[in-house]
Write a protein that binds this ligand. Structure first.
Ligand SMILES: Nc1ncnc2c1ncn2[C@@H]1O[C@H](COP(=O)(O)OP(=O)(O)O)[C@@H](O)[C@H]1O
Ligand SMILES: [Mg+2]
Length: 378
């Protein structure tokens, strides 16, 4: 029987729960061509939400089209232009000849070299003369607008893992370039999303930055317990297995309502369940998940400096005030200036998040592993 849970893939259809308000806001923005910025830690459900909202928005507005770009592997400005041009070209036509024709028409000056995988038309590879593109990136940055205008489309370009642009050389100049073109577009809106809240906040909310006031900013939260409980129970029920509400709540609690881990833990519990799930099964599944991740957590921890590890230890011990001299000495954190550096580094590594002064460890399984397996040995 197929498992009723997914993780590591986009949650769609029956695997997707809730997010009513966020979906409404996104579909409204898409249809009204309002730029949107969506921010949350990794694996909280941004990509799933954008995908789901895009499908919903297209189903009520047939003039609406989407182009998806993932900046996950993009490290340079050149790669960004290539990816953007390829994705926009791909949605511009379904026939290869038309697409080639579009490439010549819209990017003539650069004479892009196009090649396709004959088995899979989706695999378009494009090469451009970088020296030319660098001189005038306009043609590429405006191509979506031209195509959308010509076709009378409303087009939304969704760029995932947008925080990666911060690693480009001359990122500020690059951002200026993007913003100055994109803000003139009448037929295209942008939905930019990613993790690294601080970096993205800086890009989108600092008055001195080019993307200041670019669009509607949405902070995605985890999915609440009262959505998880009925979701988990009904997914078990759909597959003729039983999960009580209190056990569903236990799954969500152990995974701290973290969408990816709730699904993973639910799946592992489901696998172990013949007919009725139980607390014992769930605890066993939880141990299993943490064990599976052990090696990964081990190497993640080895990459940290000793004061960073000490800081995590203090955090798990429930320490809140890191400014006190006693705490700094007890946990060997160096100095209060060093504490600030540790926080920044752990935030950059997406290990902790600091919200309104509250510091949280983002990965509930890592937190559990540190507390029950790593620090215990020390
Ligand atoms: N609305 C949702 N309902 C149920 N599970 C979800 C939902 N959104 C995300 N998930 C779970 O979280 C995982 C990560 O979601 P994803 O959209 O890839 O997050 P992100 O893009 O923020 O990293 C998914 O594979 C799925 O298991
Ligand atoms: Mg994602």
């Amino acid at each position: 029987m197929e498992t009723p849970f997914v993780f590591g893939k986009l949650a769609v259809e029956r695997n997707f729960t809730n997010r009513e308000k966020e979906r409404q806001r996104l579909t409204g923005n898409f249809s009204g061509l309002v730029n949107t910025v969506l921010i949350s830690p990794r694996r909280w459900g941004k990509s799933s939400l954008v995908q789901k909202s895009a499908i919903e928005a297209m189903s009520v507005d047939e003039n609406l089209h989407f182009c998806f770009l993932d900046a996950f592997n993009i490290r340079t400005e050149e790669q960004f232009y290539l990816a953007l041009a390829s994705e926009v070209l791909k949605i511009s036509a379904s026939k290869m000849e038309v697409l080639t024709e579009n490439a010549k028409r819209f990017m003539g000056a650069f004479l892009p070299k196009l090649s396709f995988n004959p088995e899979n038309q989706d695999e378009l590879s494009l090469s451009l003369d970088w020296k030319e593109v660098k001189k005038h990136p306009d043609a590429i940055l405006d191509m979506a607008e031209k195509i959308a205008a010509e076709k009378g489309w409303k087009l939304v370009i969704c760029i995932d893992e947008f925080q990666n642009i911060a690693t480009f050389e001359n990122q500020l100049a690059f951002q200026k370039k993007l913003r100055s073109h994109w803000q003139k577009h009448q037929h295209v809106a942008y939905c930019l999303y990613g993790s690294k809240r601080h970096m993205l906040m800086d890009v989108f909310t600092s008055p001195s930055m080019p993307f200041y006031k670019f669009g509607d900013i949405l902070f995605l939260e985890k999915i609440a317990m009262d959505s998880w409980v009925p979701f988990l129970c009904s997914r078990f029920d759909d597959t003729q297995k039983y999960l009580s509400e209190s056990d569903a709540a236990l799954i969500a609690t152990l995974a701290e309502c973290h969408p990816y881990y709730v699904q993973q833990l639910a799946q592992q519990s489901w696998f172990r369940t013949a007919t009725a799930c139980s607390e014992e099964i769930i605890r066993e599944a939880h141990e299993g998940v943490v064990s599976q991740l052990s090696l990964l957590f081990q190497s993640k921890t080895e990459e940290l400096s000793t004061p960073q590890v000490n800081f995590l230890k203090a955090l798990l011990d429930g320490i809140e005030k890191f400014s006190s001299k006693n705490i700094i000495d007890d946990y060997r954190l160096g100095s209060s200036a060093n504490v600030a550096r540790i926080k920044k580094a752990l935030e950059n590594k997406e290990i902790i998040d600091i919200l309104a002064g509250n510091i949280l460890v983002l990965d509930p399984m890592y937190k559990n592993w540190l507390a029950t397996r790593y620090f215990i040995k020390k």
